[in-house]
Design a protein around this ligand. Structure first.
Ligand SMILES: NC(=O)c1ccc[n+]([C@@H]2O[C@H](COP(=O)([O-])OP(=O)(O)OC[C@H]3O[C@@H](n4cnc5c(N)ncnc54)[C@H](OP(=O)(O)O)[C@@H]3O)[C@@H](O)[C@H]2O)c1
Length: 349
């Protein structure tokens, strides 16, 4: 080895031994990253251990209120497809022949009026088909209109049907579920039960109320192995939506058009799967996923995966939501300006 080669190798050795500490932050970063990855993997692995045991629908007794039409009917069909015995509840006489499914029991009752009546029909159906394993509270109605134009009576009736109409059947099945230490309760809220939008001053509160009920009830029922699911369907192609569209203000329609219309079968598949698994939140589609993560607040989680996703996505989703809110506000402002301009033009003529 020449003198120059010897010198350069000595310098390289000196640099290596004396500047290794420069790599220290990089090494520490790697160690922290490895710990985080290992921690997340561990959480994923133990996640199934803390999640509820899925309910077997095959042979189960499922009661679906509002099961004669729209989302409720599709939920009943989905449960039937998975082997459940179905009791359908609605106000109008539910004819078995009119349903595409071979429902076992059809009950005609208004779920929002008289608790005694609801309790008695639930008792009857339990005598015939055994204790209720899953209750789906889907009976409901929607209405949209500008606050000052909605009849005062409508605020009361929506609260009765959408809120009390879910309280009464739940109250009627819960004692037996507690005794058996098993069961599922589903409340069908709406995306309008997660955000308040133009035109929904009467409808939204009746669906927000279900969230309070579901959260409180879940905390009471968890020790009894009873799991509550609150479903937030988007606009869904049903007779109920067609009826609502007849009175929808322009602003509400334009805001609704920013997301599409979903088919009831798709909603049914998702919400039934979530209820069977005992998930608290049930949302449909990417918009629904974002809204549920954004509005999770202090709501229960039944899987670590869900909790982690909420923690990670919250900030990003809030940023996206601010853009949506801005665009909704601009729709409302534009409609108001156009309306005032057309009024002024009418006056001039
Ligand atoms: N469609 C949507 O875009 C949408 C979106 C989000 C949430 N939702 C919610 O999903 C649920 C179903 O909506 P849908 O659009 O499928 O409605 P739908 O087609 O009008 O069906 C409503 C069902 O509820 C029953 N019902 C209504 N009031 C009742 C009462 N007081 N007692 C017993 N049964 C009653 C109806 O039968 P009878 O009339 O014979 O009683 C019918 O079976 C509602 O809670 C709604 O708020 C709907």
């Amino acid at each position: 080895m020449s003198y120059e080669e010897g010198l350069s190798s000595t310098i390289t050795d000196w640099l290596f031994f004396n500047s290794w500490w420069l790599l220290l932050p990089f090494i520490m970063l790697l160690v922290v990253a490895a710990f985080i990855v290992a921690f997340v993997l561990l959480l994923y692995m133990i996640s199934p251990l803390i999640s509820p045991k899925p309910l077997k629908l095959n042979g189960a007794h499922v009661v679906v209120t509002g099961g004669s039409s729209g989302i409720g009917k599709s939920i009943a069909m989905e449960c039937y497809r998975q082997g459940a015995f179905i009791t359908l509840v609605a106000r109008d006489e539910v004819s078995r022949n009119k349903q595409n499914i071979n429902v076992v029991l059809c009950i005609s009752v208004d779920v929002s009026k008289d608790y005694g009546q609801v309790e008695s029909v639930i008792k009857q159906c339990q005598e015939k088909l055994g204790p209720v394993d899953m209750l789906v509270n889907c009976a409901g109605t929607s209405f949209s209109g500008k606050f000052e134009e909605v009849e005062v009576e409508r605020f009361r009736s929506l609260m009765e049907v959408n809120y009390l109409g879910s309280v009464y059947p739940t109250r009627a099945v819960i004692t037996t579920m507690k005794e058996r230490r098993m069961g599922r309760i589903m409340f069908v809220s709406s995306q309008a039960g997660q955000i308040g939008l133009f035109g929904y001053t009467a409808y939204s509160p009746s669906k927000f109320a279900l969230r309070g009920l579901a959260e409180s009830l879940q905390m009471e029922m968890k020790p009894y192995n009873i799991y509550v699911t609150i479903a937030y369907p988007p606009d869904t192609d049903t007779p109920g939506l067609a009826e609502e569209n007849r009175t929808k203000p322009l602003e509400t329609r334009l805001i609704s058009e920013t997301s599409g219309v979903t088919q009831p079968e798709q909603v049914a598949k998702t919400v039934v799967k979530d209820a069977v698994q005992g998930n608290f939140n049930s949302s449909v589609g990417p918009d629904g996923y974002m809204l549920s993560a954004l509005t999770c607040g202090m709501s229960p989680v039944t899987s670590i995966t869900e909790g982690l996703q909420q923690i990670v996505t919250m900030g990003l989703f809030r940023t996206v939501a601010l853009f949506y809110l801005g665009s909704f506000d601009s729709i409302v402002r534009r409609c108001m300006i156009e309306r005032e301009q057309s009024k002024a033009a009418d006056k001039r003529e």
